[in-house]
Ligand binder design. Structure first.
Ligand SMILES: *Cc1c(COP(=O)(O)O)cnc(C)c1O
Length: 422
């Protein structure tokens, strides 16, 4: 789309006026700055609270008070089958079949649990390929899994880094790393959208390359879910996990999610650590010996659903469902394109946008790497009611999210940057 943007407030407002998703911002609560809503660019870190959460939370508390244990079957959303309420909406968000997704636990926990199924190293095939500079939690998870089986991370973990002087990782370098590791490669595990640069990897291409050498392929979609369009089933991804408190607006520490491809999910022989909630539901309360997993990703559940931690998820996914991921993504490409255009007009400050310029290779986040003055720019934004995020040593991340950010938000951010002296 050859967008013709303009760096004026009038233009920004005219875009908001024709934006059919504009009314969705009314569904969220914004932190206040001088009695006004902040301009919130941190949806990549912690999404805003849907207004409906308070009512739904109160209703859940009421059901608990009213029914006690009977709430498992009599609550408005019966707790016994609580996770079922998410499958359809989650499946749509990540491009999966309904039985391939489940809301459970938290992200890093799910990463560990899924690696216990998909990383089963043997002396010949024990390596894991990942991107350099992955989110620390993923690095720790992978390192400790490798150690658990007695391997040396320096040997067993293959990291693909940006080339000398570059910030982004070349797709062909990932493919080459996979091919070079060949039969020694057990697993490819990559963050779908890199948290620092905002680079969106070619997940279909990576999956195919991993399968070509006989390795499994999994993704951490913390920064991808609710941000970019995903087709996990069609891409033939083996497994994936994500959190719900970033783009999905489901609250701090909100319940995580997991994807297991049907061909594994429906294989009861697939190893997993078992708990009663993953057992066939018809036998769940019979308290018998012998674990017989229910089909699909739900068979990886261990504990009963943390209901109060899933209430906000329920509210937030409703909003996503109403807005529709296709419409959100369309706006996102245009809105982030506008933000990028505005940033390019700021010539007097020493920074570069290190996020890919190709909209296909990024979500909504833009990462600004500063040579100087970064902290000063960040402080100016903060003092003026613009919430962005600072990553040491010198990066400002901003995420204009299509659900609640406006073109005017982007313009105001630009205006403040222009006001910072060289
Ligand atoms: C946010 C994030 C996490 C956080 O993990 P939790 O288990 O939810 O605390 C992990 N990995 C990535 C890539 C993230 O972006």
């Amino acid at each position: 789309m050859p967008a013709v943007y303009e760096a004026t407030l009038d233009y920004a407002r005219s875009q908001d006026q024709v934006d059919t998703l504009f009314p969705f911002r009314e569904r969220f609560l914004f932190p206040q700055h001088n009695d006004e809503d902040v301009r919130y660019f941190c949806g990549n870190s912690l999404g805003l609270q849907p207004k409906s959460v308070e009512y739904l939370m109160t209703r859940e508390l009421r059901d608990w008070a009213r029914y006690g244990v009977e709430g498992h079957f009599r609550a408005g959303y019966p707790w016994f089958s609580y996770h079922h309420f998410f499958t359809e909406r989650l499946a749509k968000l990540v491009g999966a079949q309904k039985d391939e997704v489940v809301a459970m636990n938290a992200l890093t926990v799910n990463l560990h649990l899924l690696m216990l199924s998909f990383y089963r190293p043997t002396p010949g095939r024990y390596k894991i390929l990942m991107e350099a500079g992955a989110f620390p939690s993923d690095q720790y998870a992978i390192e400790t899994q490798v150690r658990m089986y007695g391997y040396d991370p320096a040997d067993a973990i293959v990291e693909i880094a940006p080339r000398e002087g570059a910030h982004l990782i070349e797709h062909e370098d990932i493919l080459k790393g996979i091919a070079d590791s060949g039969e020694t490669l057990a697993l490819v595990m990559i963050g779908g959208v890199n948290y620092y640069t905002g680079q969106f990897f070619d997940l279909a291409g990576i999956t195919a390359a991993a399968h070509a050498v006989g390795a499994y392929c999994g993704f951490d979609l913390a920064h991808a879910v609710g941000n970019v369009s995903l087709s996990l089933h069609d891409w033939d991804v083996d497994f994936a996990c994500w959190c719900s408190y970033k783009y999905l607006n489901s609250g701090p520490g909100g319940v995580g999610g997991a994807f297991v491809h049907q061909r594994h999910g429906n294989d009861p022989a697939m190893f997993r650590l078992a708990g009663w909630w993953g057992n066939g539901e018809e036998n769940r309360f019979k308290m018998q010996k012998g674990f017989h997993p229910q089909p699909g990703a739900a068979g990886w559940q261990m504990s009963n659903a943390p209901v109060f931690n899933m209430v906000a998820h329920n509210a937030a996914l409703d909003i996503f469902d109403k807005a529709g991921m296709d419409a959100l993504r369309r706006k996102s490409v245009h809105l982030t394109g506008y933000m990028e255009y505005l940033l390019r007009q700021v010539a007097h400050l020493d920074f570069e946008v290190i996020t890919p310029t190709d909209p296909e290779r990024r979500g909504c986040q833009l990462s600004l790497l500063f040579g100087a003055n970064g902290r000063q720019v960040f402080d100016t934004l903060t003092e003026n009611g613009v919430v962005a995020d600072w990553r040491e040593p010198n990066v400002i991340r901003i995420a204009p999210v299509p659900l609640y950010n406006t073109y005017e938000d982007c313009y105001r951010l630009y205006e403040l940057m222009v006001s910072v002296e060289e």
